[in-house]
Write a protein that binds this ligand. Structure first.
Ligand SMILES: *Cc1c(COP(=O)(O)O)cnc(C)c1O
Length: 358
């Protein structure tokens, strides 16, 4: 067992801080299904205001946030959603929109920066005059930051342009904003401006923001009341949920301002890793708290092997493909941890047997 563990697998691994635990212990609560839980109401009000939308809804997970959002926008079976081929909704959410909502996914290629070409989005919209053979396009989904594209940010200009396309064709726009605060901080734009064109946004509280549990959906009041009903249908109506929301309120107060530092630590780590022979990081694409590391063929190891070797040193990272590792920074990783991780990476790489069987 290594003396020290530095867990870089995800920003979901943060532990609640003392302040969060204190807030949870003293949270004012009520039954949020029968009445409204006051702490939950406070969190929802705060997030609606921050994101510039009329209303908000606390849900147990980001997956449920996206599922509810897509299903409310696509409330008839045979609806179609346009989304990135590498988006979280399409890849990692069990096909829930199809299984539970009868919503058909129409994928458009994600570029390396997480965008989809506007003309490809427009070309994917079905001709409503041909409904005899086509599903009905109702929704476009964006993801910001884009996880599988290395945590890259979609700009205000891009988001606005997609919003215009949606409007022009009578479609809704949903943003999977699991890490939207990371994007806003990295771009230096107010988060409400960044999502201005969206009809709904899902936000994870338990990623970079560091809360233990939960996501929030924001949108219009009528959208959120439909979302509330669907949340109950899915079994996501929770009773004294204020114990969770109290922690999330602390996360909002204390951790948004730490994201900039997470991004700096990510750059520092990315630069260091790129300097290790046999590893390659496209450092210019490290925009937020996520790093993808390519293992060069000459190194003679695989991502999963290197992952195992690093584990011996107490460094936890995620193997994403045969030669690709993912690293995610968060507020509980210090600059010292970054330096320690770099030295462990160096040792693990040095320990890889070369062709002469070192
Ligand atoms: C984590 C994540 C989700 C899902 O959140 P869970 O709480 O794990 O269900 C959705 N979208 C993106 C981009 C994510 O990173």
């Amino acid at each position: 067992m290594a003396a020290k563990i530095v867990d870089l697998r995800s920003d979901t691994v943060t532990k609640p801080t003392e302040a969060m635990r204190g807030a949870m212990a003293s949270a004012e609560v009520e039954d949020d299904v029968l009445d409204r839980d006051p702490s939950c109401f406070r969190l929802e009000t705060e997030l609606a205001k921050l994101l510039g939308k009329e209303a908000a809804l606390f849900v147990p997970s980001g997956t449920m946030a996206n599922l509810i959002s897509v299903l409310v926008h696509c409330d008839t079976r045979g609806s179609e959603v346009i989304l990135g081929h590498d988006s979280h909704i399409h890849i990692y959410e069990n096909g829930g929109i199809a299984i539970l909502g009868g919503v058909h996914p129409r994928t458009v290629k994600n570029n390396e920066d997480g965008t989809m070409d506007i003309d490809l989005i427009e070309a994917a919209i079905r001709d409503p005059k041909r409904e005899l053979i086509y599903p009905t396009t109702r929704l476009i989904c964006l993801e910001n930051t884009h996880g599988n594209c290395g945590g890259r940010c979609l700009s205000v200009e891009y988001t606005d342009r997609v919003g215009e396309v949606a409007k022009k064709h009578g479609l809704k726009l949903h943003i999977d904003g699991a890490r939207i605060f990371n994007a806003a901080v990295a771009l230096g734009v107010p988060v409400d401006r960044l999502v201005q064109a969206a009809d709904s946004v899902s936000v994870c509280l338990s990623k970079g923001l560091g809360a233990p549990v939960g996501s929030v959906i924001v949108g219009s009041s009528s959208f959120i009341s439909k979302a509330r009903r669907l949340r109950k249908t899915l079994g996501g109506g929770m009773r004294q949920v204020g114990v969770l929301c109290a922690a999330a309120l602390v996360a909002l107060q204390e951790n948004v301002e730490k994201l900039e530092n997470d991004h700096k630590k990510a750059k520092l780590l990315a630069d260091g890793l790129n300097g290790i022979k046999g590893l390659r990081v496209d450092t210019s694409s490290v925009e937020t708290n996520m790093i993808y590391v390519e293992i060069e063929e000459g190194l003679g190891t695989t991502a999963s092997k290197l992952c195992k070797d690093l584990e011996e040193y107490g460094i936890l990272v995620m193997a994403m493909a045969s030669s690709r590792l993912r690293i995610v920074l968060h507020h509980q990783i210090s600059a010292n941890d970054v330096h320690y991780a770099l030295s462990c990476f160096q040792q693990a790489v040095d320990g890889v047997p070369n062709e002469n069987g070192k």
